[in-house]
Design a protein around this ligand. Structure first.
Ligand code: ACO
Ligand code: PYR
Length: 533
């Protein structure tokens, strides 16, 4: 393993704000772009490609504002644009002028390197395309800019006409481009192909090479690392793999691999431990739910479900983890389900702070109860709070009880004008008092939730902070001729955290009531209230 500092010998180049923004469903404002640029700079990437100045007013404004509003600690800002138009001088090309006007110290030029693209898309000669690359790089260099050249469709072009593809790389490098990036623009390549081509082009041209891999075969990260194996020293990636079509090489697994598997220091010290936070923060800004199964940073990246895994993890977490999750700012989670064994329950108990001692019989009882209830449709991996209540009930020998339900009723009234009125009545016992409360709601479950709250809030004022955050219903298929059942998952929050509870019943209202009872019980437990019953 080698160790080198985050210096110019290896570039982590981020193109979230340019190629990432080309993903369907992402529509960034200038303010969003500035926020993402700050996150990427905090993370410590060396280059942030901000967009294509001159192509649209938003990108032009981004460069104007970034210059004044961000003091970059680690990154240099990069403007992206095309080579000059065929038959025109680079110094007279308005889009080349816009690159200079952006004030960015670095420019990435996209250039054609596939003969077919030159003839069909650019509609010019192969010689003129090479001249376009050479002239534009020389002009930008003469204006004091550092230049990188993205050779679009390089790998397809190399397959069709390797000598021409290499002549474009040579032209760019000889004209003063610091790095020539070989792009798998259509994303169709596989790692072995990338590795072979990068090694040959490096040997034949002597140019400094980079890699830009689209993810159309699901190999963009592997292709990026294969290029590094072959000698590329500049990787272009996007946060969370956002990008045109299915996306680009994901920045996070690429830098994690470089730092943790290759032993290359490509980020400032300590930055890798911020990776999970930065990944999620950028997902928030682009308004996409973070992928739970993303390598390294997903909430499931270190979540263990199988009983056998848990039993080994109890001895040493490394037995079922490729790295310590703390290295990337993530953490281990134990999941409880019908695949759990004793070890899963013991580890989950520890995670929840419930002392199970060395009571094998108690742990065995919990395993049995979880399996039996999961068979009926409960799911505890998605309902930590319901599981904790079950665990405490077994550990303490009685259910935690703040209130007791005598009965509940929900009524939906269909009115002649087509509207519906929803009303619920709950009859409860709490601290020796019988409570009858009625409330209306925008649906029967909402009415029940309100009635429960109206009834209990006087006795437990802590409930005022609680809020229903999410509600999910799933109809579970009946097995062997039995009726289907309904499962409800409710997420509740108190402003400081969220918890999930589950209910299963013959109908959606009965299942919801169970999940609500657990939600309020857990809320009171979390608020430190002593059980009353
Ligand atoms: C692989 C990639 O992802 S590269 C990044 C692609 N990103 C984008 O396209 C987003 C921003 N793009 C835009 O806003 C617009 O496409 C613009 C402003 C760049 C150009 O818009 P327009 O001039 O209206 O033309 P259009 O979008 O149809 O692009 C085609 C033109 O670009 C030229 N072109 C295509 N590739 C290149 C290249 N590498 N170098 C120079 N010119 C090129 C074509 O020859 C064509 O020129 P023509 O109009 O003279 O026939
Ligand atoms: C430059 C670029 O985005 C590509 O070739 O895919």
């Amino acid at each position: 393993m080698t160790t080198s500092g985050p210096d110019d010998s290896f570039h982590v180049f981020d193109t979230t704000l340019r190629d990432g923004a080309q993903r369907e469903g992402i529509n960034l404002t200038v303010a969003d772009k500035l926020t993402i640029a700050r996150h990427l700079d905090d993370f410590g990437v060396g280059f942030i490609e901000g967009g294509w100045p001159g192509a649209n007013p938003r990108d032009t404004e981004f460069f104007a504002r970034a210059k004044n509003e961000i003091t970059f600690k680690n990154a240099q800002l990069v403007a992206f644009g095309a080579t000059r138009r065929p038959g025109a001088a680079a110094e007279n090309d308005p889009q080349v002028a816009a690159l200079l006007d952006s004030g960015a110290p670095v420019v990435t030029l996209v250039a054609k390197s596939h003969d077919r693209h030159v003839e069909l898309a650019l509609r010019t000669t192969l010689e003129e395309n090479v001249a376009m690359v050479r002239d534009t790089v020389s002009h930008l260099r003469s204006q004091g800019r550092r230049v990188f050249v993205d050779c679009e469709h390089f790998f397809d072009g190399y397959r069709a006409n390797p000598e021409y593809a290499k002549s474009v790389v040579r032209a760019a490098s000889e004209a003063g481009a610091d790095v020539v990036i070989l792009c798998d623009t259509n994303g169709g390549m596989l790692p072995a192909q990338i590795q072979a081509v990068v090694a040959t082009v490096l040997a034949d041209t002597g140019a400094r090479l980079g890699i830009h891999a689209q993810d159309d075969t699901g190999c963009a990260v592997a292709n990026t690392l294969a290029a590094v194996d072959a000698g590329a020293t500049h990787v272009q990636c996007t946060a969370n793999g956002y990008g045109e079509r299915v996306g680009n090489a994901n920045l996070f697994p690429v830098v994690a691999a470089l730092e943790l598997k290759y032993g290359k220091q490509v980020l400032p010290p300590g930055a890798l431990a911020e990776m999970t936070r930065i990944s999620h923060a950028i997902a928030e800004v682009v308004n996409l739910t973070p992928s739970t199964h993303q390598p390294y940073v997903g909430v499931s990246a270190f979540a263990h479900k199988a009983g056998l895994h848990a039993s080994a993890i109890k001895v040493d977490p490394d037995l079922y983890q490729h790295i310590d999750p703390g290295l990337v700012g993530n953490h281990i989670r134990m999941l409880v389900s019908d695949m759990a064994g004793r070890a899963s329950i013991e580890l989950k108990g520890k995670e929840l702070g419930v002392d199970l001692g060395d009571d094998r019989e108690l742990v065995g009882r919990v395993v049995e109860r979880v399996k039996e209830r999961e068979l009926k449709g409960y799911t505890y991996e998605a309902a930590d709070a319901s599981f904790e209540l079950l665990l405490r009930e077994e550990a303490e020998g009685r259910a935690l009880s703040y209130f007791r339900t005598e009965s509940w009723r929900a009524i939906v009234e269909d009115r002649p004008d087509g509207t519906h009125a929803n009303e619920a009545t709950v009859k409860l016992w709490a601290k020796g008092e019988r409570i009858v409360a009625t409330a209306e709601g925008n649906g029967p479950v909402n009415a029940l939730d309100r009635a429960l709250r109206v009834g209990l809030e006087r006795i437990y004022p802590q409930l005022a902070k609680l809020e229903l955050v999410d509600y999910k219903v799933r109809i579970l298929e009946g097995k062997h001729g039995t009726e289907s059942t309904t499962r409800v998952l409710i997420t509740t929050g108190d402003g400081e955290g969220d918890w999930s509870t589950v209910g299963v019943g013959e109908n959606v209202i009965a299942a919801s009531w169970q999940a609500l009872e657990d939600a309020y019980t857990y809320g009171l437990l979390k608020a430190g209230v002593e059980p009353a019953e």
